[in-house]
Design a binder for this molecule. Structure first.
Ligand code: CA
Length: 224
């Protein structure tokens, strides 16, 4: 089976060189020329490998990558970047990139990395806590065997909670991971989402998201 590659790259010369080369090697390549088209293509996967340029018109590559991972997608991402400063590479890897390649690169090296990434095992196992299950790849959540109809944000929030059972999670930390942002201490966006998620979870069982007064939330069995 051929490798399905999504190429998000705004420089036509680079995109053409990469897409042509990969097609000659038998890959199926789709090309998005800016960040916004890239976001739409990412959501329309599945992809075996994503080649993502850092600097793009519209949404930049780093933001695209963060959103892609936050939405629960596990497809391997290779960052293409002109930058070779260590902190930028670290930022890319931290945001969920699997590998990176600095421009200009040799096609042989790109091809070797694409093949290596495509050979990696599939998406991670679904997440579970008590009678709650969340399969980010399939975008499916359930409690006590009944399907929960969650928004993408609620899914991301639930995934973060399940990954950190029993911990006191401050609002700032949740904002940083789930909203990719900065908490101004004023907005009640988080509270509203927690309320909605709680409602859906509690329709099927006891409370799992506990408010820790003045600090944030704790996910798990009731205290005491
Ligand atoms: Ca670029």
């Amino acid at each position: 089976m051929s490798i399905r590659v999504l190429l998000i790259e705004d420089e036509p010369a680079v995109a053409d060189f990469v897409a042509r080369g990969l097609r000659e090697e038998g890959c199926a390549v789709e090309w998005a020329a800016d960040g916004d088209a890239g976001g739409r293509h990412l959501a329309a996967g599945p992809w075996d490998v994503v080649l993502l340029d850092w600097w793009l018109p519209g949404t930049d590559g780093l933001s695209l990558l963060r959103r892609f991972r936050r939405d629960g997608h596990a497809a391997p991402v290779l960052f293409l970047t002109a930058r070779d400063a260590v902190p930028d590479r670290v930022r890319g890897l931290d945001a969920g990139a699997d590998d990176y390649l600095c421009k200009p690169f040799a096609f042989e090296e790109l091809l070797a990395r694409v093949r290596a990434l495509a050979r990696r095992p599939g998406p991670p196992a679904p997440l579970a806590f008590a009678d709650v299950r969340l399969d980010p790849a399939a975008r499916r959540a359930e409690r006590a065997g009944a399907r929960l109809d969650l928004t993408a944000k609620e899914e991301a929030l639930l995934a973060f909670f399940i990954r950190h059972p029993g911990e006191v999670l401050t609002r700032a930390r949740i904002y940083e991971h789930v909203w990719d942002g900065w908490y101004d201490g004023l907005s009640n966006t988080l509270e509203v989402h927690v309320m909605e998620l709680r409602k859906k979870l509690e329709a099927r069982g006891p409370r799992l998201i506990h408010t820790v007064r003045g600090r944030g939330y704790r996910f798990g069995e009731p205290p005491g």
